[in-house]
Design a protein around this ligand. Structure first.
Ligand SMILES: NC(=O)c1ccc[n+]([C@@H]2O[C@H](COP(=O)([O-])OP(=O)(O)OC[C@H]3O[C@@H](n4cnc5c(N)ncnc54)[C@H](O)[C@@H]3O)[C@@H](O)[C@H]2O)c1
Length: 370
């Protein structure tokens, strides 16, 4: 008998820049010319049916004019497209157009596009580099940064995917001006979540400036874009693979992700998250971690951001309770919630563990009361 010991210790540097600004297509092209992805000359631009004419086509034309090879791969806009089937369709299309390992995936769009494109890049030819050009507030606040990539399945959202870090992320704040209003509100949910879990001062800033942000005030929008990155990266840099601390970014997502699926995506991600955060502040109050006044402040800020704070009538509450068990924090059949403490802090349940076991009866009671 022989045993070979395969030595594969790795020192990996996945560091990258997030560029925040207004109208960053020129900068993206300039970076590519200056070697952002080495000598790669072939770009698969993945986008959706709304973003293609607004932004992705501009990127495509500029690359072609400069002599690069590029193609647009356009998926149907919306959460329902974030599936294995869409990924496979784009992969087949890329294969037939001659894309091999010497290419780069360029995601231009919101979180649906960056999640799917990042996952695709991680498996295509066993991995090709990718760049995110985020065009929504939600993608800027959360989805395009942090390296979590995934697609949805009929059972629940984001169940199949990879940790895969991009080469660079561009957060184009100017692109928020073409977003439908409802999408801007949806994006505010992840921003409010960040304030709730990490920074009371930022929460107060949002209370004072929410109207300005919704009106696309340049300075206020740039401030929240930077603050979101700062809060998210303070967590991700300590726990990239969610073995402990990163779970705090899940605040509001236990109920949020479940209700998003049960609504069959009638609720946008941020809308579902908003309802999830309301459920979780009620839970925090029940457990003695928040008082009535703090709960009211969180709900009021969500309302001022024009987000829903109640479970819609059409949601079957019992189905919702069952769906909670598809959450990735569930361990040994036990529901686990991230719980807010006051405003700007998260309860640490035990050393390095942030998700608290919660009885189904308690979760059900809160859902029924909402
Ligand atoms: N990977 C992560 O860590 C992470 C974190 C949070 C959310 N997410 C995921 O992000 C997704 C939601 O992101 P989203 O809200 O950006 O969704 P999205 O990509 O569906 O974009 C929202 C809508 O806006 C349109 N759009 C995008 N940019 C536009 C622009 N500038 N002007 C006009 N229309 C534009 C899109 O076509 C779409 O219809 C969900 O799938 C969620 O699971 C991922």
């Amino acid at each position: 008998m022989s045993v070979y010991n395969v030595q594969l210790k790795k020192v990996v540097d996945d560091s990258y820049d997030i560029e925040i600004g207004f109208g960053l297509i020129e900068k993206l092209i300039c970076d590519i010319q200056n070697g952002l992805v080495g000598n790669i000359k072939k770009f698969a631009i993945i986008t959706d049916t709304n973003v293609v004419n607004l932004y992705a086509d501009k990127v495509y034309k500029k690359l072609i004019d400069l002599g690069y090879t590029a193609d647009l791969f356009v998926m149907e806009a919306g959460e329902k497209s974030k599936t294995r089937q869409t990924k496979e369709m784009i992969e087949d299309d890329m294969l037939s157009k001659g894309y091999r390992r010497d290419c780069c995936v360029l995601a231009v769009g919101g979180g649906v596009v960056t999640d799917l494109a990042g996952f695709l890049a991680g498996t295509y030819g066993r991995g090709v580099p990718f760049i995110n050009y985020a065009t929504t507030l939600l993608a800027a606040a959360d989805a395009s940064v942090g390296g979590k990539t995934a697609v949805d399945t009929p059972l629940a959202t984001n169940l199949i995917g990879l940790f895969n870090q991009p080469k660079k992320v561009y957060l184009d704040i100017a692109a928020w001006s073409t977003l439908p209003r409802r999408q801007v509100y949806s994006g505010m949910a992840e921003t409010i979540k960040h304030a709730c879990l990490a920074d009371e001062g930022f929460f107060e800033f949002l209370e004072e400036n929410v109207d300005k942000i919704l009106e696309n005030d340049k300075d206020a929008c740039e401030y929240i874009a930077k603050k979101n990155c700062e809060i998210k990266y303070n967590v991700v840099m300590k726990d990239e693979r969610e073995s402990g601390l990163r779970e705090i970014l899940n605040l509001g997502h236990t109920v949020g992700r479940a209700i998003e699926t049960v609504s069959d995506y009638r609720l946008l991600h941020g809308e579902a998250l908003s309802i999830g955060m309301v459920a979780e502040v009620h839970l925090a109050r029940k457990l003695g971690y928040m008082n009535e006044k703090e709960v009211a402040r969180v709900i009021s800020l969500l309302e001022r951001a024009k987000l829903p704070v109640e479970i819609p009538e059409y949601i079957d509450r019992e189905v919702l309770v069952k769906k909670l068990y598809t959450d990735k924090k569930v361990k040994n059949g036990q529901l686990r919630f991230v719980v807010q403490e006051g405003i700007g802090r998260i309860v640490e349940y035990s050393d390095g563990v942030f998700a608290i076991p919660i009885d189904e009866a308690v979760a059900r009671e809160i859902i029924m009361e909402m």
